[in-house]
Design a protein around this ligand. Structure first.
Ligand SMILES: NC(=O)c1ccc[n+]([C@@H]2O[C@H](COP(=O)([O-])OP(=O)(O)OC[C@H]3O[C@@H](n4cnc5c(N)ncnc54)[C@H](OP(=O)(O)O)[C@@H]3O)[C@@H](O)[C@H]2O)c1
Length: 238
């Protein structure tokens, strides 16, 4: 696809694989990578934007993107499950206010602020897909195991926030297709502490997930609807 791709949270294991795959598919692809840790790419078509995800720096990133070719794919990859101080909760007694608020900030608010500031940029003639990384554990209907209060709640809140934004995007940026994406359990720092119990064949490489995702978004057209899809392109129940 011609036009530029924008990858936010670009240091993520999956985001890096998405960038590599974009460049494999089209060595002349223009890619903007936004991250707290900006890597200078050897590739002259990969442009790094540093951002601490404060609203002021998100606005500044958007200013820089105003001079880019038309953006036709956006991937918002930010997501935090654990930190040095906190592992996901197994029971109510494990809940910590600071961990909960950190999860809501990284997993819900920051992606939503991007949707806020991307809207004027994406109100354009060219179609654009915007993929936000959610997770199956954000599905309320699918929650049978419990646990992981902060991560689950922050992804469920992301789903609701994006569903609400999709109503507005359908009116104000009609050429945008919004997607909530579940990559499956993928071998990155986020899943590292939880990989031992993953059944054989169910721990995906970031490269596999990137290929699945790019082939899914390539086939989606703006339809005014929000899709909540897994790595196979199958719809996940809300
Ligand atoms: N791996 C899995 O098994 C799995 C399963 C389901 C869903 N997901 C979702 O897929 C997405 C990508 O995950 P990954 O596995 O590639 O994770 P990862 O390699 O651990 O990457 C972490 C991501 O979160 C961002 N981030 C970290 N701390 C942050 C903070 N304090 N504030 C804002 N952003 C922060 C990073 O952005 P910077 O580039 O700025 O560092 C990076 O984009 C996440 O949304 C995750 O929830 C992953």
């Amino acid at each position: 696809m011609s036009g530029a791709s924008l990858v936010i949270g670009a240091s993520s294991g999956i985001a890096q694989a998405v960038i590599s795959q974009l460049l494999t598919d089209d060595p002349a692809a223009t890619v903007y990578r936004v991250s707290r840790s900006p890597n200078v790419s050897q590739d002259k078509n990969v442009h790094s934007i540093s951002c601490d995800y404060s609203e002021a720096q998100i606005e500044s990133a958007i200013e820089q993107l105003k001079h880019s070719p038309s953006i036709t794919q956006v991937f918002i990859c930010n997501g935090v499950l654990h930190s040095d101080a906190h592992m996901p909760e197994k029971r109510l007694e494990d809940i910590s206010g600071s961990h909960f608020l950190q999860a809501i900030n990284s997993n819900t608010l920051i992606p939503l602020l991007w949707l806020k500031h991307l809207l004027p940029l994406l109100n354009q003639d060219d179609p654009c897909t915007v993929t936000l990384f959610s997770a199956r554990v954000g599905s309320i209907g699918d929650n049978r195991l419990g646990g992981w209060y902060s991560y689950r709640a922050s992804k469920a809140a992301l789903n609701m926030a994006v569903k609400t934004a999709a109503v507005e995007y359908a009116r104000r940026a009609k050429q945008v297709k919004l997607i909530l994406f579940h990559p499956g359990t993928t071998d990155t720092p986020l899943s590292k502490p939880f990989q031992t119990n993953v059944p054989g064949g169910k721990l995906f490489s970031p490269q596999f997930v990137a290929q699945q995702l790019l082939s899914i978004v390539d086939h989606l057209e703006p339809d005014g609807q929000l899709s909540y899809l897994d790595w196979q392109g199958k719809t996940i129940p809300w």
